[in-house]
Design a binder for this molecule. Structure first.
Ligand code: HPA
Length: 248
């Protein structure tokens, strides 16, 4: 089953026929909210709003372990994450949708693994390709079928938040090879891999990163929602198309 984790601007799916909601408790605590089960075009999906349905949980306080554990426990095998980002690379301007292919993790202090504690054998995961390659292809194909343009690839810099970055930080991320910056990509991606979930992301550029383009003198936070809303309409179309490419 496909699970969708919605980020800022996507706290519900208008095209989802909701069948039920379920509160799940996990060994890692509670997820961001009840899981919403439903049907899109005759395909079962599970939806979870990453920041809670009232958008009250900041990126560094999201219980990523509980979220992914709950989705896996309820039968999800593929997870598509929708996340808003700031664009660093020149072509990643507000409104652009991209499917990143790599991650650099700058987060700290988050509960980032299921393999802690001393009572288990140390286990490592391969993370060469942090996003599932087949799922990335499915998302790009889904976007194509939905006639929505979508950039293939980009390096996602995961920052701690909740504050935005300084110009010097964005310059550093760019030197490191990052194309976009967001606050929730990690540890979501690596926890998914630890659970054996196929995970990929749809990144929605909602602003130029600090010091770039229209954010040269500061990120205009009040304009972000006017970019986010129409972009999420396009994301919903891609998701509707993605459920058809079921990959299972
Ligand atoms: N920086 C970090 N995270 C973000 C941004 C940004 O500029 N825009 C949306 N999420």
């Amino acid at each position: 089953m496909l699970a969708i984790i919605g980020g800022t601007g996507l706290t519900q799916l208008t095209n989802l026929e909701i069948t039920h909601r379920q509160v799940i408790r996990t060994p890692y605590g509670e997820p961001s909210g009840a899981l919403t089960f439903g049907i899109i075009n005759q395909h079962e999906v599970i939806f979870l709003a990453r920041h809670g349905y009232g958008h009250t949980i900041p990126p560094h306080e999201v219980n990523y372990r509980a979220n992914l554990w709950a989705l896996h426990d309820q039968g999800a095998r593929r997870v598509v994450s929708v996340a808003s980002v700031g664009g660093i690379r020149a072509d990643l301007t507000p409104g652009v949708i991209a499917v990143p292919h790599q991650i650099i993790d700058y987060t700290h202090g988050r509960a980032f693994t299921y393999f802690d504690g001393r009572d288990r054998l140390v286990k490592h995961i391969d993370f060469t390709h942090p996003y599932d390659l087949a799922m990335r292809k499915q998302i790009l194909e889904a976007a194509h079928l939905a006639h929505e343009s979508c950039v293939d690839g980009g390096v996602y810099a995961a920052t701690q938040g909740p504050r935005l970055e300084t110009i010097a930080e964005i310059n550093r991320f760019e030197r490191d090879g990052a194309d976009m910056v967001g606050m929730t990509g990690m540890p979501e991606a690596s926890l998914s891999r630890e659970l054996g979930l196929s995970y990929a992301a749809i990144a929605v550029v909602v602003n130029h990163a600090a010091g770039r383009g229209s954010s040269r003198d500061g990120v205009q936070l009040e304009t972000i929602s006017s970019v986010t809303q129409p972009a999420m309409v396009r994301v919903r179309k891609i998701l509707e198309s993605l459920v058809e490419c079921d990959g299972e």
